[in-house]
Ligand binder design. Structure first.
Ligand code: NAD
Length: 458
């Protein structure tokens, strides 16, 4: 049983769209300013909600959610007029005299379905994009991050135009009811299984979708790197955001056999430096989101195939949803940690014979969201860039690509379809409409029948 009236939500949003009040830049700017105000005036409540959902420290929440969202709002406001401006296009002689241009038209009534792992950022960032594009929008928050979901459901209506921007809480029945409606755009972030449900529902109405999905992000490292620096970047990329519950955190490491023991030793040192001898006492390590996910991760750890492979961490406490940062040395490629997306604080380190072997392991799996390569050898990086397919690829760092607005962020194949961030977010909610404006002069008589020999010889 659903708790919402989905047809009513869509019909109100469509009615507002038809008034054209979401079209002017001023309305869009006012609404984005309202989102900024919401964040500024409620920062403490936001940190409390994120701590309640994920045990994130205020600093981590600031770095990975609030600050990224505020930057997105500000850069959208700064660039909005430029993005909305028609793009003039050249015209061929046969069409002259005329003006050709491309304008960005709002796609219409948008649905944003967000996940639990960055429950503030991944909810409001696409909503800001929908507003910027002039759409009306319904946000469905994630029930798995209940504190942040409740906070957004309470606060958004206090700040924004509620006839144009709505929030819905709920779970599968509510999403199902929403998906039965006709939307002009669906923007979904979450796992690929549900991604298929979204795409199937959208297909019924030929609704365009952006699917921001996940997968197993591989990381290759060779012995040419500055290992101390590389180790810090890898460990913060893995554990620094949500204890590994992030779609772009490295999922597994590939390393040549001779370098594996040195690498593992350094990763252990870095973990000690970051989180101390008892990481459960560190305020800088997030917790697993809930019991279901704790049990999912526990069953991966309990798989007999990796019983003697855990070389660091492995401790856990179900009551506090704590799992220690864990390194797994060379688990079999068919073990659960190497088959499923981990989405938690475990990192398998797979030894490979050579670079070709590493490339084969990556290419045998579905296309990942990111590939990370740590090496001083640009040619080697280029091999990974050209011989694998992924949403993005990064040399010598992890995760930072996410905060560069000019880099479109999104997956390919199993890791997603479409992209956002910066202008790409605006584009995700816009239709690029071709506009040709002619006047009545300069008619070319050869275009009209009868097509006489004389006309054909021109
Ligand atoms: P989730 O469980 O919060 O689900 C996401 C949304 O889908 C929620 O709003 C939920 O209500 C809805 N949903 C869940 N099951 C449904 C069903 N059967 N039918 C209809 N709707 C349903 O989040 P999640 O999927 O656990 O998120 C983790 C996944 O998301 C990982 O795979 C991760 O890699 C991916 N992810 C991707 C990105 C990205 O930007 N590409 C960001 C974050 C997470």
């Amino acid at each position: 049983m659903t708790t919402i009236d989905a047809p009513q939500i869509v019909s109100e949003l469509r009615a507002t769209l038809r008034t054209a009040r979401t079209r002017p830049a001023q309305w869009r700017l006012d609404q984005i300013r309202a989102v900024l105000k919401l964040v500024n005036e409620n920062e403490d409540d936001i940190y409390a909600a994120l701590h309640s959902d994920l045990h994130k420290s205020n600093y981590e929440s600031f770095l990975t959610e609030v600050n990224v969202l505020v930057s997105a709002c500000k850069s959208t406001m700064k660039n909005l007029h430029k993005w909305m401006a028609p793009e003039k296009k050249p015209i061929p002689l046969a069409v002259w005299p005329a003006n050709a241009s491309v304008i960005s038209e709002p796609l219409g009534v948008a649905l944003v379905i967000s996940p639990w792992n960055f429950p503030l950022l991944l909810a409001l960032d696409p909503v800001v994009g929908a507003i910027a594009a002039g759409c009306t929008v319904c946000l469905k928050t994630s029930e798995i991050a209940p504190a942040t979901s409740a906070l957004l459901a309470r606060l958004l209506p206090e700040y924004v135009d509620t006839e144009a921007i709505k929030v819905v809480e709920g779970s599968i029945p509510e999403v199902t009811a929403l998906l039965e409606q006709k939307w002009d755009k669906i923007f979904y972030t979450g796992n690929a299984k549900v991604g298929r449900i979204i795409m199937g529902a959208a297909a019924k109405h030929l609704t365009p979708v952006t699917l921001e999905l996940g997968g197993k992000c591989p990381l290759f490292i060779d012995d040419s790197v500055d290992l101390k620096v590389a180790s810090k970047r890898i460990m913060v990329g893995k554990y620094g955001s949500n204890a590994g519950q992030a779609c772009i955190s490295p999922d597994y490491v590939l390393v040549e056999e001779h370098f594996a023991p040195t690498l593992i030793k350094q990763l252990q040192k870095t973990l000690l430096e970051f989180y101390g001898p008892d990481p459960s006492a560190s305020v800088d390590l997030a917790r697993i989101i809930n019991k279901n996910h704790f049990q999912r991760l526990s069953s991966m750890l309990d798989d007999p195939s990796i019983a003697d492979k855990i070389v660091h961490g492995g401790e856990r406490d179900e009551k506090s949803l704590y799992i220690a940062p864990t390194l797994i040395d060379n688990p079999p490629l068919d073990s659960p940690v190497m088959v499923e997306e981990i989405f938690g604080p475990m990192l398998p380190i797979i030894t490979v014979r050579n670079v070709d072997h590493a490339l084969n392991i990556i290419n045998d799996k579905p296309k990942p969201l990111e590939v990370y390569v740590f090496s001083n050898n640009k040619d080697l990086f280029n091999r990974f860039r050209d011989e694998t397919s992924s949403g993005g690829i990064v040399m010598n760092d992890c995760v930072l690509q996410f905060i560069i607005p000019e880099l479109p962020f999104g997956g390919v194949g199993e890791s997603g379809t479409g992209a956002y961030h910066g202008k790409a977010t605006f584009d995700a909610f816009s239709h690029r409409k071709a506009v040709l404006v002619k006047n009545m002069g300069g008619d070319v008589f050869a275009r009209y029948p009868p097509f006489t020999v004389r006309k054909q010889s021109l």
